[in-house]
Ligand binder design. Structure first.
Ligand code: DAH
Length: 343
């Protein structure tokens, strides 16, 4: 029902103007816009019926009242046509908030492949009875070389290109110095693993870096033999690389072990038949090991008549490269999330 009866005088059109302004402001969505259009601007709307009655007015009234009514209709059409409610719909949270839409994903970090590899190695060795120990990255010549049976000027020092801080202080080139620190502070039986970062003054390439992770292992007790070392490394390799893994032990040289050996595991990619990862040999070199040299026991305060022990050391980056089939070691340190997201 229209209330045109209220708006038949020129003054009452001011009231209508206010009413319309309020009604446009009150429009919140398409439904209330349509209701407004029908009420005021539709075929049976207020303006139509008010304009129809203009012809019955006197000439004077037609001019004043009719003119004002026409102007009001035009301005109403214009204001309504500008759809001011759409602006408030965009900004207004109530209208836009749809609780059924899926939420924006919160980006999650992932464990770095080197950390993951180190954690897995540590978990297996801790499960076998080894305890964690740590030593400093900035070491003295004594712990890094001397106490490990590298005499001064011994050519074996050349195996490890060292970053020196001063004549006697350096960045450790391996985690083996932590063995000495552990033996100085504990009495046998000692079963320790010592993860850490090591530094070497080497050309950076796809295969080598000037810093990388190592894990050192040490077992000192009465009657520890090479058979214990072999059994420990075989058990570790089968837990880490797979149940059907075989190991191969080759003689080697390290100043701090006698005898010294290197351990290969059967290539877990081709199972020994030869592939690009193992360079067709069927074997992957994974760690160095040996029986702790009596000189090292003595310089660490361990009775080398009563005790023997074995030690081993492995490079974490190298094992992670092999494990994940990565062909460039530098990727581990570039923090490119396209690489890291895959782990
Ligand atoms: N320290 C050696 C290196 O960095 C690795 C190593 C070899 C550690 C034999 C040992 C070991 O404990 O017995 O190349």
């Amino acid at each position: 029902m229209n209330d045109e009866g209220h708006y038949t005088t020129t003054q009452s059109l001011d009231q209508l103007e206010q009413e319309i302004a309020g009604a446009i402001q009150a429009i919140k969505n398409d439904d209330s816009a349509e209701a407004f259009r029908i009420k005021y601007l539709g075929k049976k709307g207020l303006f139509r019926s008010l304009l129809k009655s203009v012809k019955d007015l006197s000439l004077e009234e037609r001019k004043t009242y009719g003119g004002k009514l026409n102007a009001l209709r035009n301005s109403t059409e214009e204001r309504f046509g500008a759809k001011p409610w759409e602006e408030s719909m965009e900004g207004g949270e109530e209208e836009c908030f749809d609780p059924t839409l899926p939420a924006w994903p919160i980006p999650k970090g992932s464990i770095h492949p080197l950390t993951k590899t180190r954690n897995e190695i540590v978990d297996i060795l801790v499960g076998m009875g080894f305890e964690l120990a740590y030593g400093p990255d900035v070491e003295t010549d004594y712990y890094n070389f001397e106490a490990l049976n590298f005499p001064k000027h011994h050519p074996a020092r050349d195996m490890q290109d060292t970053f020196f801080v001063s004549a006697d202080v350096l960045l450790r080139t391996h985690t083996s110095p932590v063995q000495v620190r552990v033996m100085e502070n504990q009495k046998p039986p000692i079963r320790s693993i010592m993860p850490g970062t090591v530094y070497r003054n080497e050309e950076i390439s796809a295969r080598s870096n000037c810093q990388f992770g190592q894990i050192e292992g040490l077992y000192i007790d009465e009657n520890v033999s090479l058979a214990d070392l072999k059994g420990t490394l075989l058990s570790f390799s089968r837990q880490f690389f797979g149940e059907d893994t075989d190991i191969k032990i080759r003689p080697s040289f390290f100043p701090f072990t006698e005898p010294s050996l290197e351990v290969d595991v059967r290539c877990f990619i081709c199972k020994g038949s030869g592939c690009s990862v193992c360079k067709q040999s069927g074997w992957l070199e994974v760690l160095g090991a040996g029986m702790v040299h009596p000189n090292v026991l003595a310089s660490s305060g361990i009775d080398n008549e009563k005790y023997t022990g074995f030690a081993f050391g492995m490079g974490i980056d190298r094992i992670a490269l092999l494990r994940y089939g990565i062909n460039d070691i530098r990727l581990f340190y570039e923090n490119d999330t396209r690489f890291l997201r895959q782990f």
